[in-house]
Design a protein around this ligand. Structure first.
Ligand code: PMP
Length: 404
């Protein structure tokens, strides 16, 4: 089917704006992607024409809003090959991981092991540290090679009889590495461990089928997937979700409440206490339906071309150090400029209208692994063009001249 970037760009009103007198070149989609009109319109139209609280009402607007909210759940489910009841709406990937950690924590013993990797986002490290602090659970970390891949032999060795859970990122937000999620999952299951996959970055750039993957839990955030903030997804295999105790208590997550006792609703509602992010779920559903209109493989190839073109443009730059060179990696370029702090690089690039991220990318252990405290990061989205990749190379070359 191919991918027409010019047509796709038309859907994003924000791409019309200028920054510092230059056309915006947005290379920070790994932090948060821009929103197509389909998302903006769906949320506005819900507020303008059919809004009420969900699941509680008997009136028309409540029923319509409930239908829209549950339709969004079905959109998510079909997007990743899950059943509707396996999709829990959260406020983001971070909340999804905290939910699973809190639930599993109720069953773990001191000395039980959780296996993570050195390339995790803090969202997939800190909730597990809570269990270390509170329960005496032991955290282990799969090392990362110089190229930015997981050391699979070390992974095999680290899997042991006390490993209760393996949690790893499907695609690194710093290195761009795409981990062999299916294989890692099979190895973890063979060792008797549950598996949680952080799909925040991967789900944006490649088709994901949770059944094929086989993981017990898969989390991601709406705002990186061209949807709104304040909404995320926790997929849990039906049996794995059914096994998990509730996270927060409140309305909607119960079956019955009396002064003496409570019983809980079945998943997914057991995990959606209180009024959920209704408009945000509708917005995420719209983002996914919009994305389904594209050949996602063609989008991935487009993004790969942008990445390759950028690297080619920077090929002779002896002042540049790239972090993360795993084969098959995604379109995320983390880099250092000789003699320059990453923050300064980002600020000067902004003068040219180029938006990149700089810092530790919420991955301090990984930065330490590569002997740095920060890097700059250019991350590509479906709306970026070859001309933008070239303009970025030119702006970066000019930026470097400030430090030469
Ligand atoms: N994991 C990865 C790999 C990420 O890139 C991010 C966002 N930077 C997160 C988790 C956390 O996502 P959120 O802040 O939306 O919960």
């Amino acid at each position: 089917m191919g991918f027409d970037v010019a047509a796709a760009r038309e859907a994003f009103p924000i791409l019309q704006r200028q920054v510092n007198g230059k056309p915006l070149i947005y290379l920070d989609s790994a932090a948060s992607a821009q929103k197509p009109r389909a998302v903006i319109d769906a949320m506005r139209s819900a507020m303008e024409s059919s809004y009420a609280n969900v699941h509680r009402g008997l009136h028309t607007l409540a029923n319509e809003t409930t239908d829209a909210y549950e339709a969004a759940r079905r959109s998510v489910a079909s997007f990743i090959g899950a059943a509707e009841g396996e999709i829990v709406f959260t406020k983001g990937a971070t909340e999804g991981i905290n939910l699973v950690a809190a639930g599993l924590g109720a069953r773990l013993q001191p000395g039980d092991e959780i296996l993570l990797t050195e390339m995790e986002h803090h969202a997939n490290i800190v909730p597990w540290h809570f269990l270390r602090e509170r329960l005496g659970v032991v955290l282990r970390f799969v090392p990362v090679t110089d190229q930015g891949e997981l050391d699979l032999a070390a992974y095999q060795d680290l899997l042991g009889p006390r490993t209760r859970l393996v949690a790893f990122t499907h695609m690194s937000n710093v290195l761009g590495t795409v981990n062999p999620a299916q294989r890692l999952t099979e190895m973890a299951h063979a060792a008797g461990a549950l598996v949680l996959v952080d799909g925040c970055q991967a789900v944006v750039h490649q088709p994901v089928d949770v059944r094929e993957l086989g993981a017990d839990f898969y989390v991601f955030s709406g705002h990186k997937l061209y949807g709104p903030t304040g909404i995320g997804v926790l997929y849990g295999r039906a049996a794995a979700l059914a096994d998990l105790p509730p996270y927060q208590g409140g309305g909607e997550m119960i079956a019955q409440v009396s002064l003496e006792a409570i019983t809980y609703a079945d998943p997914p509602h057991r995990f959606e206490a209180g009024t959920p992010p209704i408009l945000e779920a509708i917005g995420l559903g719209a983002a996914i339906e919009w994305l389904k209109g594209f050949d996602r493989q063609a989008i991935a190839e487009h993004e790969q071309r942008l990445y390759a073109r950028t690297l080619e443009g920077l090929a002779g730059a002896n002042w540049l150090k790239v972090i993360g060179e795993a084969p098959g990696k995604g379109a995320i370029l983390s880099f250092l400029v000789d003699g320059a702090h990453a923050h300064d690089v980002a600020q000067i690039l902004d003068r040219y209208g180029v938006a990149v991220r700089a810092g530790a990318h919420c991955a301090e252990p990984l930065m330490k692994r590569f002997g740095v405290t920060s890097s700059a990061r250019a991350s590509f989205g479906l709306y970026n063009t070859e001309a933008e990749a070239d303009a970025f190379v030119e702006a970066l070359t000019k930026t470097q001249a400030f430090f030469a």
